[in-house]
Design a protein around this ligand. Structure first.
Ligand code: HPA
Length: 268
C-alpha cells in the first residue's frame, strides 16, 4: 500500500522534495504560508490514514519555504485513536520511498523538566518508548531497512546543532530534552510523571516516536521539536485538550519562524 501511495504522489508532483515535515496539533500555519503550494487531501491518496481528532488537519502539501522545497504532512494519526502502528507511520514510509532524506517532526508535549515553561520549544535529543508497541513489529521489509535498526543516534546530532544555531539567531529561549512516548489518550497521572522524571524523561507526549523509529529504519535523518503546551500532571492545575491547542496556537508563530529559518540553513 505504501508503494501505491508513493506512485500516486510521484504522478502528481514531478520532483519530490528531499525534506518532509510532520506537523502536530495547531501547527498547520507553517504549511499555509508555503509558496507554489500543491495541497493533496489525505483521502485522495491510496491507503493514507485520515485523522479524526478535532484540531488536526489532513492534507499533504508540497511547496516552497524561502528557497527550499518541502513536503508537509499537516495532521497525523495517533495510536490512541485506534490506528495500528503501521498506519501511524504510513506517511513517513511513503516520504522515505519518495526520496525524503530529512524528516522534521513537531508535536505538543507536557513539560516534566522544572525549567520548562508553557509555550517553549524543546528540541528532542532522545526518546523513551513507553507506548508498548513498535511499528517494526512483524515481518521485516528488508527493502525498507534492517531487522534491528540502531537507535543510538535517533535524533541527528548535525540537525540538532543546526537547530540550536537557528534558535540562537532568532533569540529564542529553547530547551533540549528526552521525550517519553505514552499511549494516551488520558493524560498521565502525577505518579506517572514522577516515574517519568525518575527514568530520565523531560517531556511527555503521545506521538512522534513511531514515526521516528520508521524514519530511522529507512535511514532518514530526524529532527523533532516539542512545543511545551502545559506543565505535566501534578505540576500545574488539571490538564485539558483545549489548553494544549490554545498554547500550541499561541506559540505557532515562533515555531513557524524557526522552521523557515532552519530550512534555509539546511543542506540536503
Ligand atoms: N502529556 C502527554 N501528551 C501531551 C501533554 C501531556 O501533558 N500535553 C500535550 N500532549
Amino acid at each position: 500500500m505504501i508503494r501505491a501511495a508513493a506512485a500516486e504522489l510521484s504522478r502528481r508532483v514531478a520532483e519530490w522534495p528531499r525534506v518532509a515535515l510532520v506537523l502536530g496539533s495547531a501547527q498547520s500555519s507553517f504549511s499555509e504560508a508555503l509558496e507554489d503550494r500543491v495541497a493533496i487531501p489525505y483521502r485522495e491518496i491510496p491507503g493514507w490514514p485520515v485523522p479524526r481528532v478535532a484540531g488536526h488537519a489532513g492534507e499533504l502539501i508540497v511547496g516552497r519555504s524561502g528557497t527550499k522545497r518541502v513536503a508537509v504532512l499537516s495532521g497525523r494519526v495517533h495510536l490512541y485513536e485506534g490506528w495500528t502502528p503501521q498506519e501511524v507511520v504510513f506517511g513517513v514510509r511513503v516520504m522515505g520511498l519518495l526520496g525524503v532524506r530529512v524528516l522534521v517532526l513537531t508535536n505538543a508535549a507536557g513539560g516534566i523538566r522544572e525549567s520548562y515553561r508553557p509555550g517553549m520549544q524543546v528540541f528532542i535529543t532522545d526518546h523513551i518508548n513507553l507506548q508498548g508497541v513498535n511499528p517494526l513489529v512483524g515481518a521485516n521489509d528488508q527493502s525498507l531497512g534492517p531487522r534491528f535498526p540502531d537507535m543510538s543516534e535517533a535524533y541527528d546530532r548535525g540537525l540538532l546543532e543546526l537547530a540550536r544555531d537557528t534558535a540562537r539567531g532568532l533569540g529564542m529561549n529553547t530547551g533540549e530534552g528526552v521525550y517519553a512516548a505514552m499511549l494516551g489518550p488520558s493524560f498521565e497521572t502525577p505518579a506517572e510523571i514522577r516515574f517519568l522524571r525518575t527514568i530520565g524523561a523531560d517531556l511527555a507526549g503521545m506521538s512522534t516516536v513511531p514515526e521516528v523509529i520508521a524514519a530511522r529504519h529507512m535511514g532518514m535523518r530526524v529532527l523533532a521539536v516539542s512545543t511545551v503546551t502545559n506543565m505535566a500532571a501534578g505540576m500545574q492545575a488539571a490538564l485539558s485538550h483545549e489548553e494544549v491547542l490554545e498554547t500550541g496556537k499561541a506559540s505557532a508563530a515562533e515555531l513557524k519562524r524557526f522552521l523557515g529559518a532552519f530550512l534555509e540553513k539546511l543542506e540536503v
